[in-house]
Design a protein around this ligand. Structure first.
Ligand SMILES: CSC[C@H]1O[C@H](OP(=O)(O)O)[C@H](O)[C@@H]1O
Length: 360
């Protein structure tokens, strides 16, 4: 998508043809800085530090991490894949992409692995962009229907599931972009999404750059707006969907789904095929939840009045803090899933109908 009129994907190859370029998302929206990743170690750090984040995107970036590693250590495929797979535990896209690279490269002579790895990583990236565009197409009718009834459609979203979380277009934001581009009067309630504020910083940045009307709200305000009829639909992204339709997503999603159920607000989840984990049934019991640094809760970073990026403490000195990065929304609270193949119920039958090729 675009930043200041310039088109970007969230990752691209450098002019050297082999190192990887990404936007440093820890600095957005205050600074647009491009990073050059030239080793698997730099790729791993970019993922763990969240310079690059978003379930589909970290899968694509990790795929290029393998390709970069194959330039110098093609014999170390197994070790590199296992090591990159340890960077973040919840988004299944990471392991999906790495397993795809391993399956493609392992049978090859080591001399052929570099070229094959770059081709497979590029295919993953291109597939993700097209998949997200299709998610937008299949989500658009949901917004069109509301707009036809009410004029304006108010969407609530949580975290960032826009083009910055994918190779392009986004998942939850993709239908919103397509609705806006189609002239629909759409407004987005943007959950700030504590503690890392991906909503306040990244979703607001994306929507603002595209001209989509939006309002940033405290995470705790979403239920209030639903009670007052200000939210017509919720659309969020996800890091892993189980075969029964349970949804892992950024911490706070579950609470939003509870409020939506209580107020009869449709709660939709947008995902590409790479986010499906048909090996897991009960998301609450089986999906590993990433525990991140307490410092992400106790401190915030942003520009001071002089525009200088500053880190401040927001909790009482000495108090402990806990920081689970995701939670799991049971399928019973999910109205439906928006995928590149269409929309379905969050249920085994719904998923089997859209993905017969992925049946467990
Ligand atoms: C396209 S869905 C992306 C999904 O990933 C985000 O997590 P993180 O920012 O920690 O990588 C968030 O859960 C989004 O919904």
């Amino acid at each position: 998508m675009k930043i200041n009129g310039t088109y970007y994907r969230s990752l691209w190859l450098d002019d050297d043809g082999w190192s990887l370029r990404i936007l440093d998302q820890t600095l957005l929206p205050w600074r647009v800085e491009v990073l050059r990743l030239s080793s698997a170690e730099q790729v791993a750090h970019a993922i763990t530090s969240m310079q690059v984040r978003g379930a589909p995107l970290i899968g694509a970036v990790a795929a290029y991490g393998v390709a970069i590693a194959m330039r110098s250590a093609p014999q170390d495929l197994d070790r590199i894949v296992a090591w990159l797979g340890e960077t973040r535990p919840t988004a299944i896209n990471l392991r999906w992409a790495l397993a795809r690279l391993h399956a493609r490269l392992a049978p090859l002579p080591v001399a052929e692995r570099e070229a094959a790895a770059y081709a497979e990583a590029a295919a993953i990236a291109d597939d993700d962009a097209e998949t997200c565009r299709l998610i937008g197409q299949h989500g658009l009718p949901l917004l069109q229907e509301i707009a036809a009834r009410k004029g304006r459609v108010n969407v609530l979203t949580h975290c960032n599931a826009g083009w910055l979380a994918t190779v392009d277009y986004g998942t939850a934001l993709s239908p919103i972009y397509q609705a806006f581009d189609a002239g629909i009067d759409v407004h987005v309630w943007v959950d700030e999404t504590r503690p890392r504020n991906q909503g306040a910083a990244l979703t607001a940045f994306e929507l603002g750059a595209h001209g989509v009307p939006h309002t940033v709200i405290a995470d705790n305000a979403g239920g209030h707006y639903m009670q007052h009829g200000e939210v017509d639909i919720c659309i969020v992204g996800t890091d892993r969907v189980t075969r029964r339709g349970d949804v892992a997503n950024k911490i706070g999603t579950y609470l939003k789904a509870l409020a939506a159920a209580d107020n009869e607000v449709p709660f939709w989840v947008a995902l590409p095929h790479s986010t499906l984990d048909m090996q897991v049934d009960d998301g609450v019991k089986e999906i590993p939840i990433e525990e991140r640094s307490a410092a992400e809760v106790t401190h915030l970073t942003g520009p001071d009045d002089a525009g200088k990026l500053t880190r401040i403490q927001v909790t009482a000195p000495g108090s402990r803090a806990a920081n689970p990065a995701f939670d799991v929304t049971p399928a019973r609270l999910v109205t439906g899933l928006i995928t590149e193949r269409g929309r379905c119920e969050a249920s085994p039958a719904g998923l089997a109908a859209l993905y017969p090729d992925k049946a467990a």
